[in-house]
Design a protein around this ligand. Structure first.
Ligand code: URA
Length: 187
């Protein structure tokens, strides 16, 4: 395992042929993430699901539709946002990524942060909050509040898939994304 390359295209190419953990054995496509190098906002989800694995793109299934709607309501353009996940390959049966898979994939996430240098990072769901902010971060304590990751402001919010089970959370997701938009516009 060497360190990942620095530019986004080289990183994506490396991720597509990565074998750093067992998830590479069951994936159809790795999902490096997508968005422009000058994105002011990075969104971090948990892991690709069935649709993402099939297409090789993040958030293209049902949860992606919720995310698109929430971004639109918050006045954020998806195409100007960099969207990625804590792990880049689908865990079998959509189970949560395991600690060793998160650890193996983490250099890619860090390299993406370093390449984009966003004004803000938004983590979607508990798994992404813990991966970025540390194991003691829970959504109950961090959601909707700015914290810091190596000098970049981080906001944890709900995962769009949670809205499929509880529609009332949608309003909160949109409010959190609006906060992120204000932060992006400020700097
Ligand atoms: N859920 C995620 O966390 N990421 C995706 O890319 C799709 C669904």
């Amino acid at each position: 395992m060497s360190s990942p390359p620095t530019g986004l295209p080289a990183l994506a190419a490396k991720i597509r042929r990565c074998t750093w953990c067992d998830l590479s054995g069951s994936r159809t496509h790795a999902v490096p993430g997508e968005g422009p190098r000058n994105a002011r906002l990075v969104l971090v989800g948990e892991a690709p699901g069935r649709n993402e694995d099939a297409e090789g793109r993040p958030f293209v299934g049902l949860a992606g539709r919720v995310l698109d709607e929430a971004l639109a309501r918050a006045g954020i353009s998806r195409t100007r946002t960099f969207i990625t996940n804590t792990v880049k390959c689908r865990p079998p049966g959509n189970r949560r990524p395991r600690a060793k898979e998160l650890a193996a994939c983490r250099p890619y996430l860090l390299a993406q942060f370093a390449a984009v240098r966003p004004s803000a990072i938004v983590t979607l769901g508990q798994s992404a909050a813990k991966d970025v902010l540390g194991p003691s971060a829970s959504l109950a304590t961090t959601r909707g509040r700015w914290t810091d990751f190596g000098g970049t402001p981080v906001l944890a919010t709900y995962h769009p898939a949670a809205i499929l089970y509880n529609r009332r959370l949608f309003r909160i997701l949109v409010a959190d994304l609006r906060k992120a938009r204000q932060r992006m516009e400020a700097g």
